[in-house]
Design a protein around this ligand. Structure first.
Ligand code: ADP
Ligand code: MG
Length: 363
């Protein structure tokens, strides 16, 4: 089932009694979610991710725009008639019910033509419990399970009604690091097995990168970029997207293009013949630096951090917008840690130029 979002807009009245300023939580959001894909909705806290999700599921009314599931206009349909499954950050299971009762509950509330027989309800419950691998725990209470297991129950409960669309709002945030990794892979497997069109909300770029077919990056209610994860990383549309993706984060410098040469401070680091003379922001990925004793970029060496396969070289440069410049290079490289200066040349495909005012990418 494809999902079409057309000019989705949500304006909240001011919460502050003294000011009348409204909050535009989601601003003219248009995107077609392809059938059977997992879309990651990524952005910092407060950028409108949850509001977008709640509009898709019908818990939040639209201020403007349209939503279609396939060819059906569902814009004014109440949540229970949309065929959506929703999973929140806090699993919100009923504590006094067993796992089985928790999963059965949404089925028992089905009315009219949707009503199921007792046998059908039980077999559906067992089927989704197997899918999320909690079929051995059906008689336990939520308090007798780990966080990861509880979140699986919540996912089973969202799946048991066979939703047309699955919506997940930061479902891994309450889990510890190891469980987060494991559960994220589980969600990916379940999504692939069921083929349900899924929207996965997260503020964690690594999580979004690893789980999504397509990433939508949002800032202040506005879509910044829509693309496959690797494309967003390799080809960021603007400085915000470039800074939001990647660990360690991209290194940002103040630079200037003069007669086809890019300068960082006094260092002429790279030819950029296609860009007109102007001041620019320059983003350099940590893996974009090449150790080069004759290299044009001169940094003052601060330290070397060993990370196993790679090392991270920490240095400083006057044009850097971050306190330190961080490069990632192979652990086999020889670095003279006694030297006060480290010199680099740059990999052109890891260097991005942005307009100084608009912060849009210059190509
Ligand atoms: P996210 O999920 O990306 O953290 P939200 O969608 O929850 O962001 O919120 C987007 C913006 O809308 C924020 O500025 C938030 O304060 C505001 N907002 C969310 N819900 C309401 C509400 N019920 N009333 C007023 N403002 C709200
Ligand atoms: Mg949220």
């Amino acid at each position: 089932m494809k999902v079409v979002l057309e000019n989705l807009t949500k304006i909240f009245p001011s919460r502050n009694k003294k000011s009348n300023e409204e909050v535009v939580a989601v601003n003219n959001f248009s995107f077609e979610i392809p059938d059977g894909k997992l879309v990651g909705l990524l952005g910092p806290s407060g950028c409108g991710k949850s509001t977008t999700l709640y509009m898709i599921c019908g818990l939040q009314k639209l201020s403007g725009g349209k939503i279609y599931f396939g060819e059906d206009d569902v814009t004014d349909l109440p949540p229970e008639h949309r065929g959506v499954g929703l999973v929140f950050q806090n699993y919100a299971l009923y504590p006094h019910m067993t796992v089985k009762q928790n999963i059965l509950y949404p089925l028992q509330n089905l009315k009219g033509a949707d009503k199921l027989s007792k046998e059908e309800m039980l077999s559906r419950t067992e089927e989704v419990a197997r899918l999320v691998q909690i079929d051995g725990l059906l008689d336990r209470k939520p308090s007798e399970m780990s966080g990861g297991q509880q979140q699986r129950v919540a996912i089973a409960r969202a799946l048991v009604k066979m939703p047309r669309v699955l919506l997940l709002d930061e479902p891994l945030s309450n889990l510890d690091a190891r469980l987060r990794l494991q559960t994220r892979e589980e969600i990916r497997r379940i999504q692939k097995e069921t083929g349900i069109t899924t929207v996965f909300v997260t503020h964690d770029q690594e999580e979004a990168m690893s789980i999504s077919d397509i990433i939508v990056v949002m800032k202040k209610g506005i879509i910044q970029q829509i693309d496959e994860p690797q494309k967003v990383y390799d080809d960021p549309a603007n400085l915000f997207v470039a800074k939001f993706l990647g660990t360690p984060p991209i290194n940002v410098f103040e630079g200037e293009v003069k007669e086809g040469m890019l300068f960082l401070g006094d260092d002429p680091v790279m030819r950029v013949s296609s860009v007109a003379d102007q001041p620019v922001w320059v983003g350099i990925r940590p893996e974009g630096f090449i150790l080069d004793e004759n290299g044009p970029l001169h940094c003052s060496l601060e330290g070397v951090e060993v990370m196993g396969r790679d090392v991270s070289v920490v240095s400083e440069h006057a044009a850097s917008q971050n306190p330190v410049v961080r490069s990632i290079i192979s652990a086999e490289s020889h670095i003279d840690t006694a030297s006060p200066v480290i010199r680099y040349s740059l990999k052109p495909n890891k260097v991005f130029l942005f307009h100084k005012e608009t912060e849009e990418r210059l190509l």
